[in-house]
Design a protein around this ligand. Sequence first.
Ligand code: NAP
Length: 312
Amino acid sequence: MSDSKIIDGKAFAENLRKDIAAQVAAMKQGHGLTPGLAVVLVGDDPASRIYVGSKAKQTKEVGMNSFEHRLPDTTGQAELLALIGKLNRDPAVNGILVQLPLPRQIDPQAVIDAIDPDKDVDGFHPTNVGRLWVDEPGFTPATPTGIIRMLREHYAEEGGTLAGKEVVIVGRSAIVGKPMAGLLLREHCTVTISHSKTKDLAAVCRRADVVIAAVGRPGLIGPDHIREGAVVVDVGINRVKDAETVARMFPGDPKKAAQFADKGSILTGDVDFVAILDKAGAVSPVPGGVGPLTVAMLVASTLASSRRRQGL
Ligand code: NAP
């Protein structure tokens, strides 16, 4: 196996949380203020329940207030919009998160549009999307924002910067791919967004100093897609349930085999992690890479929102 650097997202998130906790404590002591994040969950999707639980837990751990609103999956759009209106007006709430996906009867865009853009810590409101592209201060989505911090730190450790790097993003979603492009342009990168209609994806990716995979297909990005020494950021979260794919992606890995035997599935990213290790300069693993950073960034955005509101 090579000496590829494994980017430790868990440690990165841990440091970020410590920093946030210190700032929250100082804000309480100096100004008597406690930032608050409201999280809204409609229905009982198991994955969403886990995400909401983890957001609430981390919010409390850094000393902020967490306001959880769990509504039944029969909730109507008008009822949800009324709650959003209430949270918009509540001065104790600095950030509002509505966990997606929402039940069918609710139009997610109508809900996103109803959130006060200055409390939209997810950065999904059209006002914040626009602010990103016209270089005005605003909220940007947590996952790509965390990736920027991760990449900045990686290049700083190497004695360089992100400026001038050629980056290929795989995936063009509004949550990851598109905002990722806007944020990378701010860092003076040369950016390509690829997607399912891209011709010869491997050749496009091979041009890159940095490949960011946000697709949702296990092992899509392999050694053919990576230039020698490239940095690879794996955003994908996939639950792999077939033994053949596990054996192909993690040949002879006793830990993964034991996990698969125990749970009947394993978690992987979009990158064929083991296969690219001989080629990549650095790679973020799944789990333990981008995932832990995302929640920490949401908490950081809530703190920023509170500071901005108080003119601090
Ligand atoms: P999404 O909305 O489903 O978008 C997937 C994108 O991948 C689309 O743009 C699609 O292209 C593209 N794509 C599909 N097949 C492709 C192929 N064969 N070659 C190239 N591009 C292809 O997904 P998302 O919400 O961005 O999420 C992507 C992955 O990241 C998922 O696994 C998700 O769970 C994970 N995720 C992780 C975090 C985290 O915190 N770590 C946060 C968000 C998302 P088209 O547009 O042409 O269909």
